[in-house]
Design a protein around this ligand. Structure first.
Ligand code: FES
Length: 56
């Protein structure tokens, strides 16, 4: 996966940003959302966020 890929277009969060949030202790979707704001606007990217979280 290209870690610079923008996952959440609404707030411009990349796959790397999601990984960083997880490395900083976020373990749930809610915590990743809190840390990055990804998925908090239109919600259309939530499935993609979850995919990345599972993919590690
Ligand atoms: S694309 Fe992520 S909240 Fe809209």
């Amino acid at each position: 996966m290209d870690m610079s890929e923008v996952i959440c277009g609404c707030v411009g969060v990349t796959a790397q940003d999601i990984k960083d949030a997880m490395n900083n202790g976020a373990t749930t979707l809610e915590e990743v959302q809190e840390a990055t704001n990804a998925g908090t606007c239109c919600g259309g990217c939530v499935d993609k966020i979850e995919e990345i979280m599972i993919a590690k």
